[in-house]
Every structure is written in structure tokens, then in C-alpha cells.
Write a protein that binds this ligand. Structure first.
Ligand code: SF4
Length: 161
């Protein structure tokens, strides 16, 4: 994709490629298994059989960032952990996406006044979808994943300037 991305204005070839790439991307997101605190329990529940993430092609959580294109940041991000979050994000395959799951990840949650907690994870990595809650239930995470799929459907390889 690097060869044609951002080089051409929208045309029949680009729009056709967009359809193919976006369809394959949204149906084969590979999440990185990466839990930081109690929200991760709900993320694990989402991946279990009751909620059947296999419907969306993302049931296998990858143990390495190099095999993943979706980071679900689930839980409190401490200042000590933030550089590792950034490093793992940079090691993920392009194109990559980030979901911020839970009040702690989005805004520090109940720990926002703690000296050790990052108040906004989007100052560490770019975030595509925010899922509020303490903790968000698996249904909320699934809605966030569906929102990400809707965003992917609108992506384009064409120049947008
Ligand atoms: S948002 Fe609530 S459930 Fe999630 S990590 Fe923070 S305290 Fe735990």
C-alpha cells in the first residue's frame, strides 16, 4: 500500500482498491492482548465464547505487537507504563488502530489525581475509538469494535489534500 497510498486523487482504481482493502481490514482485525488493569477482565470476557468475537474475525488475540493491528488499551495507564505502551504501539504492523477502553484509560478515571497516573492516553498514542465506563461491559467493547469497523469502511488510499 505504501506505493500508492496518498499519491493519487480518487479514481476508479483507488475506489475499487479501497473497497477490497477496507473489507479485508475490517473483517480481520488482530487485537494485541494487552491488559493493564481491571478493564482487561471485561476484555477477556469479550474474547470468550459467550460473546463470540469470531463473528468479526478477531477472536484470536495476538501475543506480539508485530502480529497485531489493533491495540485495546484496557485499564489504568501509569506514567511508568506509558513509554512501554508507546513502544509496543510503534512495534505494531501498519495500518494500526487503538481503542481506549474504560474511564482510567480515557481520563485517569478514579485515579486521575494520582501522581503516578497518565490522565489522557491520547497524549501517549493516537486513539481511534473511546469506550467510556468503569468498566465497560463486553457489549460496550463490541459496540466500540463495530464503530472501528465503520471507521475503517470510510478509509481511502487516495490523497485527501
Ligand atoms: S475504568 Fe474502572 S474497571 Fe477500568 S481499569 Fe479503571 S478502575 Fe478498573
Amino acid at each position: 500500500m505504501g506505493i500508492i497510498e496518498n499519491r493519487f486523487r480518487p479514481n476508479i482504481v483507488i475506489t475499487t482498491l479501497d473497497k477490497v482493502f477496507n473489507w479485508s481490514r475490517k473483517n480481520s482485525l488482530w487485537p494485541f492482548s494487552f491488559g493493564l488493569a481491571c478493564c482487561a477482565i471485561e476484555m477477556m470476557a469479550t474474547a470468550a465464547s459467550r460473546y463470540d468475537l469470531a463473528r468479526f474475525g478477531m477472536e484470536v488475540f495476538r501475543p506480539s505487537p508485530r502480529q497485531a493491528d489493533l491495540m485495546i488499551i484496557a485499564g489504568t495507564v501509569t506514567k511508568k507504563m506509558a513509554p512501554r505502551v508507546r513502544l509496543l504501539y510503534e512495534q505494531m504492523a501498519e495500518k494500526k488502530y487503538v481503542i481506549a477502553m474504560g474511564a482510567c484509560t480515557i481520563s485517569g478515571g478514579p485515579f486521575q489525581d494520582a501522581y503516578s497516573v497518565v490522565r489522557r492516553v491520547d497524549e501517549v498514542v493516537p486513539v481511534d475509538v473511546y469506550i467510556p465506563g468503569c468498566p465497560p461491559r463486553p457489549e460496550a467493547l463490541i459496540e466500540g469494535l463495530l464503530e472501528l469497523r465503520r471507521k475503517i469502511e470510510k478509509e481511502t488510499l487516495a490523497r485527501t489534500d
